[in-house]
Design a protein around this ligand. Structure first.
Ligand code: FAD
Length: 307
């Protein structure tokens, strides 16, 4: 029951001010968001790649309100890509992008987000890597899929995310399970109404499996975004049944969550990509991580009390 309340708080400016200013927040935040600057995150990229892991990097900062902020978001990604290029890490690290941060919700936002994300996709391609468009709340998805399709004309490796909790996703998965596409399937992290999304965990898991089956049996490249041991085992079984080799799909997990599992899957020969977020505007990302596991919230509150 706590999850929806935390997700509602993730949209509240008042809560944002309180949580962001609390002195004890930092160490708890660091578990999920290990740095605020590109210089702080690069050593983590190096460390994880040395352990045989790959990355997808997210510069946090959704809910922007000005066009200038959208340009700053674009420039932050371009700066990150320049750092990866200097270190020769292009092939090990891709980028995850939230179009809201590129201006999608502003006036004329669809065009603005496309104009901002295109140079990032181009720069990523120039160093041998790519970009995946994250899925945000359901009202943004038609625009996200249209931008994805547009980008794929010149950069077919551009990925996107689909969310198992949405009723629409089985149809999206059928459309996207085509040759050359890269699709990350996740359960979904936003507060969605019953008109558009399953509310029951078991229903979401069942939908996840149906969608995963479509992706595995299709011709694209499935990216399994989950920490759920049962779904990971099912994914391995579906991949085997579909005759996929180990390099024909990959697992993805979030930095700071089930890190031992990242290493176990990599040691088994799987491609394992760690979604690593960094930046100063971490509130929304952090609150979604609390909502996914209420025990995180208890840990957070306890650290506030014992300080
Ligand atoms: P769950 O049933 O939630 O968790 C399974 C187990 O994993 C839990 O029992 C627990 O042990 C562990 N676990 C899960 N979450 C946490 C946590 N926060 N803290 C501690 N332990 C935890 N959602 C979107 O809506 N759009 C996206 O673009 C998106 N991108 C993602 C990218 C990646 C690589 C991943 C892994 C997730 C992404 N998500 C995204 C989030 C996703 O929708 C889920 O909210 C999240 O992954 C939790 O679901 P789960 O599959 O891990 O299963």
């Amino acid at each position: 029951m706590l999850g929806p309340a935390i997700l509602a708080a993730s949209r509240s400016d008042k809560m944002r001010r309180i949580v962001s200013a609390a002195p004890v927040t930092k160490p708890v935040v660091n578990r999920f968001i290990p740095g605020e600057t590109v210089d702080q995150v690069i050593p983590i990229v190096v460390d994880l790649t040395e352990k045989g892991l790959e990355l997808t990097l997210d510069v946090v900062g959704e809910d922007i309100t000005t066009v200038e902020q959208s340009y700053a978001a674009r420039d932050a990604y371009l700066d990150l890509i320049a750092h990866l290029a200097d270190l020769g890490l292009g092939e090990k690290a891709e980028m995850s992008v939230k179009l809201s941060m590129f201006g999608q919700a502003l006036e004329g936002g669809h065009e603005l987000a496309l104009a901002n994300v295109r140079p990032v996709v181009e720069a990523a391609a120039a160093i041998g890597t790519t970009v995946t468009l994250d899925a945000e709340d359901h009202t943004t998805l038609d625009s996200m899929f249209a931008i994805h399709e547009e980008l794929r004309r010149d950069f077919p490796q551009t990925g996107c995310v689909i969310q198992a909790y949405l009723f629409r996703t089985e149809g999206d998965a059928r459309r996207l399970a085509a040759a050359g596409s890269r699709v990350r399937i996740v359960k979904g992290a936003y507060k969605e109404p019953a008109e558009v999304a399953y509310q029951d965990k078991a229903e979401i898991d069942k939908a996840y499996v149906r969608i995963l089956k479509t992706l595995m049996e299709g011709e694209g490249y499935p990216m399994i975004g989950s920490h759920d041991p049962r779904l990971i085992a099912i994914a391995q079984e579906l991949a085997r049944k579909a005759g996929r080799k180990l390099d024909e799909y990959e697992f993805q997990m979030l930095y700071g969550i089930r890190s031992e599992e990242h290493l176990r899957l990599a040691a088994e020969g799987h491609r394992m990509r760690v979604y690593t977020a960094y930046g100063t505007d971490w509130y929304g990302y952090f609150m979604r991580r609390l909502a996914e596991k209420p025990a995180n919230l208890l840990f957070f509150l306890r650290s506030m009390i014992t300080k």
